[in-house]
Structures are given as C-alpha cells and as structure tokens.
Design a protein around this ligand. Structure first.
Ligand SMILES: NC(=O)c1ccc[n+]([C@@H]2O[C@H](COP(=O)([O-])OP(=O)(O)OC[C@H]3O[C@@H](n4cnc5c(N)ncnc54)[C@H](OP(=O)(O)O)[C@@H]3O)[C@@H](O)[C@H]2O)c1
Length: 278
C-alpha cells in the first residue's frame, strides 16, 4: 500500500512537452485560463523546464496565482531518454543523478518542493530492475527530505507494478501512462491502480485515439451535449477515473479542455464509448 497521502490532487494537468521557446508564454496562458497543475520533466530533449519556470514567474508577477495555488510535477529521466543536455553527471551513481536532477528542477521551477516527482520510465520495458530500485530509493529519499510531496512512475506496465509490489517496494502515488482506447484505455494498469489506491494520469488521450475521436458516435454524443468530440473524450476519461493531461497550444482549446469537466455525460453515453474501446 502506498504510504503517501492522496491530497489536493488536481483533476486536469497542463502538459509542457514539445513547446520549446513557446513554453513560458503557454504556461502563463494555461494558468490565466485556469489550469492549476503543470506537468514537466528535466529532459531537455522534449521539455524546456527552465521555460516552465519563466512562465510560472510571469504568472506570479501578474498576480494570477501563487506557488501555493499550484500542483507542480516534474520527472527524473534516465540518460537513454535524454539527448546531450543532461541535468546530471552521467558518470555519477544513479542515486546521485537523481539528486542532481531534482536540484536542477527546483532551480528551474524556483521552488523548494515540487508536488509530484515522477520516474519518467523504468529502465527496461519488461522488468523492474536493480537500477530502477536504486533510482526509486533515491526518489524516496528526495521525498523524505521534503523536496517532493508525492512520487510517481510513468510509462509503466502492470508487470512492472506487480514486480515492485513483489519486491515490497513502496508503490507510487501516481502512474502516468499513454492511454490507448484499443487497450481498454490501459485497463490492466488502471485496475492495478484502483486496487492499490494509485491515482492514474492519462496522456495522448486525443492523439493516440484518433479512430475514437473521429467516430460518428462521438460526434453524435458531442452534438447532443453541445460539446466538441475532444471535450467528450476528456470527460469520458475523467468519468472512468483518469486524470487527463492536455498539452494544447491553443487558447480556445485550453478553455474547452477545462470546461469538459462540467459536461454531463449520461450512463448510456459512457456505455456507448466503452463499446468503442478494446
Ligand atoms: N510521461 C511521458 O512519457 C509523456 C509522454 C507524452 C506526453 N506527456 C505529457 O502529456 C502532455 C500532453 O501530451 P499528449 O501526448 O496528450 O499530447 P498533446 O501535446 O496534448 O497534444 C494534443 C493534441 O490535441 C489537440 N487538442 C488539445 N485539446 C484539443 C481540443 N479541445 N480540441 C481539439 N484539439 C485539441 C492539440 O492541438 P492544439 O495544440 O491545436 O490544441 C494537440 O495536437 C505533454 O505535454 C506531457 O506533459 C508525458
């Protein structure tokens, strides 16, 4: 059982991948629009974490939010997921790499504690390895030292989670995975999470599920709810227990994505969308 408290967990995350020099402006816009949870990573290949910090600083200066209003989540990424712009010394032991990456994240985000610190992905696609155990222990130490409130793991299979459990490792407070409708929206992992009180964050809800997004059934549910198909997917995800991420770069989509939380999706619509899933 996780020992970490599941408190003040937001219901929609704004994701900051692939935004490069637009990162700061888009983070500020997301906060102005009403997002309060920001997902990033200390992985310069896909994220510009320093830009996230600049966006936060602009929002603080403009009086939109304070640090206390926000849920900040970042990640530790193994060298194999990075390019040459590493946030740690690759020759250092993994536990030192975690400490260095965390310290650099706190600098980028100008905070002394993030809300969630996520292992970007286990070192093997199949097993929970000794390297993962070392990194996870180092992340636990970061948590115990007060540099993160909660811990998470991303890109994880049910086998990884079962192996963690079998090795008596502390389970994460969060899982963050790509969610494919054809795999029952990651059914197996979500079931494990439900049983173990782990909050499940889903990404690529639109991009990985174009066949559902563009399905006539979704169009008709959207029309009867006066909503867009994307809003229906986000609302559906939320109604089956997924905390959605969006990385939209569009101001109108930001509003629509947040507004999806208010939509009423009747049980027959949820059942109909279930029928489109694997
Ligand atoms: N842990 C990991 O390994 C991992 C991997 C991938 C992503 N992530 C996280 O998840 C976040 C989201 O990534 P994602 O893969 O879900 O993709 P994404 O970057 O959110 O892309 C979503 C796509 O959907 C469109 N979209 C969003 N809202 C829409 C709306 N209301 N109507 C129509 N189109 C809409 C966006 O276009 P517009 O920009 O035009 O709106 C964009 O093309 C990332 O930024 C990152 O934080 C994590």
């Amino acid at each position: 059982m996780p020992t970490q408290p599941l408190r003040a967990i937001p219901d929609f995350f704004y994701g900051t991948a692939w935004k490069e020099d637009r990162t700061a402006a888009l983070v500020e816009l997301a906060l102005r629009t009403g997002f309060r949870a920001i997902d990033t990573a200390n992985q310069r290949r896909h994220y510009f974490e320093e830009g996230v910090g600049q966006g936060l600083a602009a929002a603080y200066r403009a009086g939109i939010v304070t640090r206390d209003d926000l849920f900040l989540q970042t990640k530790f990424t193994y060298q194999r997921g990075q390019d040459h712009r590493l946030p740690y010394d690759p020759a250092a032991p993994l536990s030192a790499q975690v400490a260095q990456s965390m310290s650099s994240s706190l600098d980028h985000l100008a905070t002394d504690c993030v809300d969630s610190y996520v292992l970007h992905g286990p070192s093997s696609n199949y097993d929970w390895t000794d390297s993962d155990a070392e990194v996870w222990e180092a992340m636990r130490q970061e948590r115990d030292a007060g540099r993160t409130r909660l811990l998470g793991i991303s890109n994880v299979s049910v086998e990884h989670l079962q192996q963690m459990e079998a090795s008596r490792a502390e389970l994460p407070a969060f899982v963050q995975n790509r969610c494919y409708a054809r795999l029952g929206w990651d059914r197996e992992v979500r079931e494990f999470c439900r049983e173990h009180k782990i909050a499940y964050q889903g990404f690529s809800l639109l991009t990985a599920n174009q066949e559902v997004l563009n399905h006539p059934l979704i169009a008709s549910i959207a029309a009867s709810a006066s909503a867009t198909p994307a809003q229906i997917i986000f609302r559906y995800a939320n109604s089956i227990g997924i905390l959605p991420l969006t990385g939209t770069t569009n101001a109108e989509h930001m509003k629509q994505d947040l507004a999806s939380r208010e939509l009423k999706l009747p049980p027959q619509s949820i059942a109909a969308i279930n029928s489109l899933s694997g």
